[in-house]
Design a protein around this ligand. Structure first.
Ligand code: NAP
Length: 216
């Protein structure tokens, strides 16, 4: 199984690449191939230091999509539409959105697009054969990158495509102590996306760091 990460050089993409590449072939995408390659060199070093082998390679965003069975869109909400407009080949791919549309005012606020959520906007922009899921919205980048710590969180996964959702939940459950929960159809993604500004506000007002969620 190949996983491509569009914007995989970023805060969350880097950590995801390191966590996923011991189990899956991971291709990190970027607007600049050199930047993706540098991220992968660093990631391979970090994993090697911990005695882990991996399959981790840096390419362009388009090459990451072309190579992948599952594409993770690890880009800030404000750049999603512009980025997707430059890319193609999403037909029959599972496309995972961890994207949270929010703004920092006095505190963090959920600011969804007209479609109701980033995931629904992405679904509207991509060909109807793309199999859209939302997942990984509520895990902080610092935690992804802290390779010596377990990730002990619940991960709500939304999709209208039952088989795609099952595959994404299996990927989630492969990583550290993450536990995937079926959160329902893609329309539920607005509720999941809105959790992140809530978590950031809780962190801020309670002087906590990297707050996450666990259902039990
Ligand atoms: N950070 C978190 O803790 C966290 C947690 C949960 C979910 N998320 C979600 O994950 C997504 C990525 O967050 P992030 O913090 O990793 O973002 P980020 O580090 O700010 O950016 C990720 C990547 O997006 C690409 N990018 C930046 N500006 C761009 C532009 N103008 N056009 C096209 N691509 C551009 C860059 O890749 P290249 O320069 O290599 O092209 C960059 O490395 C967001 O939607 C966020 O809501 C983040």
């Amino acid at each position: 199984m190949k996983i491509g990460i569009v914007g995989g050089t970023g805060d969350i993409g880097e950590g995801m690449a390191m966590r996923l590449s011991p189990f899956y072939d991971v291709v990190v995408g970027s607007r600049e191939q050199d930047k993706a390659e540098a991220t992968c060199i660093m990631g391979r070093e970090q994993l090697l230091k911990r005695g882990k082998t991996c399959s981790l390679n840096g390419v362009t965003n388009q090459a990451a999509i072309d190579a992948a069975d599952i594409v993770i869109l690890a880009i800030p909400f404000k750049h999603v539409a512009g980025t997707l407009a430059t890319l193609h080949g999403f037909e029959n791919k599972i496309v995972v959105s961890p994207v949270n549309p929010m703004e920092k005012q006095d505190h963090f606020v959920f600011v969804p697009p007209n479609e109701g959520s980033a995931a629904l906007m992405i679904q509207k922009m991509l060909p109807k054969e793309a199999r859209i899921c939302s997942a990984f919205n509520t895990i902080a980048a610092n935690k992804w990158k802290a390779l010596d710590e377990e990730l002990d969180y619940s991960v709500p996964v939304c999709s209208d495509d039952a088989d795609a959702k099952k595959e994404v939940m299996a990927v989630v459950n492969r990583i550290s102590h993450l536990k995937a929960f079926d959160a329902g159809p893609l329309s539920v993604s607005s509720m999941v996306e809105s959790l992140t500004p809530l978590l950031l506000n809780i962190a801020r007002y309670n002087k906590m760091r990297d707050v996450g969620i666990r259902f039990h």
